[in-house]
Write a protein that binds this ligand. Structure first.
Ligand SMILES: Nc1ncnc2c1ncn2[C@@H]1O[C@H](COP(=O)(O)OP(=O)(O)OP(=O)(O)O)[C@@H](O)[C@H]1O
Length: 288
């Protein structure tokens, strides 16, 4: 069955200082799927997100949202159906509660409906106990959780994330990634995440799109880019480290069977595993 498409870019061109920084013939964002945008610094990832979000007007081409060309007076109405979360969460200088409620107030939700929605999303992202706290008194991980709750409270159809976890420590990043995937999947949201971290690509994304110099080099399942890269640049980006990705096939007696493209592995079950294992291989120490 064909995937239905939430948003797409067609013949998009963005030019800065007479230099093309984004040239996309066609790129679809399928409904309910999480797409990771990856690529080296300056590849055009953030520009692509801004074009998709209507924050940046392309010099050529068309953005479609649910089959409708985005432009003119409709832009603001369509942008309200999307949400963006940045690396710097940019919380308002007020309480966590007011931050999560902000979009709902803006959309003129009735007062009595706001509180249960705020509590629901605060609880989904583990910040319910912080609702009365001023945003400036949060840790980086708590800030990002509050920013995600704020973004999701408005039920966006398309969620865009620009390196949302880049400044978090690995365990915080890992737990937030897993929570985010659960929430996005449960809500059926379409998401696009810009990231430099391979772990995030494999933990979060259903698809990966590799950009370089403003162009799409390859798009497909993350494992496809890892196992069958179209060129050296993709191979180096995805295979720069010896990583094998696997999915849990079965569990028994505290063990899991993980199926990978390189074979099956019996491994001890890890707390919090959700079905995806990333096996990183370390070279054998040579004897002196
Ligand atoms: N306003 C601008 N004027 C001129 N050049 C720009 C402007 N905005 C972006 N660029 C250039 O466009 C290219 C793409 O930038 P962009 O921020 O989209 O890349 P990126 O893939 O998100 O990079 P990074 O991983 O470093 O965040 C870069 O070479 C950047 O210098």
């Amino acid at each position: 069955m064909m995937d239905s498409i939430c948003a797409s870019l067609e013949n998009i061109e963005v030019i800065k200082n007479r230099r093309p920084i984004l040239q996309i013939d066609k790129l679809d964002f399928p409904d309910g799927k999480i797409t990771a945008l990856v690529g080296p610094n300056g590849a055009g990832k953030s520009t692509l997100l801004k074009v998709l979000h209507g924050l940046e007007q392309p010099d050529g081409g068309t953005v479609y949202f649910r089959g409708q060309a985005v432009g003119g007076r409709d832009v603001m109405a369509i942008r309200r159906r999307m949400a963006m979360v940045f690396q710097n969460p940019c919380l308002f200088q007020t309480t966590v509660y007011e931050n999560i409620a902000a979009g709902l107030r803006f959309r003129k939700f009735p007062k009595r409906e706001i509180e249960p929605i705020v509590r629901h999303w605060a609880q989904r992202f583990g910040v319910e106990h912080l609702l009365d706290r001023q945003a400036r008194q949060l840790s980086g991980g708590e800030e990002q959780r509050a920013a995600l709750a704020r973004a999701l409270a408005c039920k966006p159809e398309l969620l865009m994330l620009d390196e949302p976890f880049a400044s978090l420590d690995p365990p915080t990043r890992d737990s937030l990634c897993r929570d985010l995937r659960k929430v996005i999947k449960a809500e059926g949201i379409t998401a696009v995440i810009v990231t430099h971290m391979m772990e995030e690509v494999f933990l979060l994304a259903d698809r990966a799109v590799m950009l370089s110099q403003g162009q799409v080099l390859q798009a497909g399942a993350p494992e496809e880019l890892l196992d069958n890269p179209v060129n050296d640049e993709v191979a180096q980006f995805f295979g720069g480290r010896p990583v094998i990705v696997g999915h849990i096939r079965s569990r028994s007696d505290g063990k899991v069977e993980v199926v990978t493209s390189k074979g099956r592995f019996q491994l001890p079950a890890l707390a919090g595993d959700e079905g995806t294992y990333i096996l990183c291989l370390r070279g054998e120490e040579s004897e002196p």
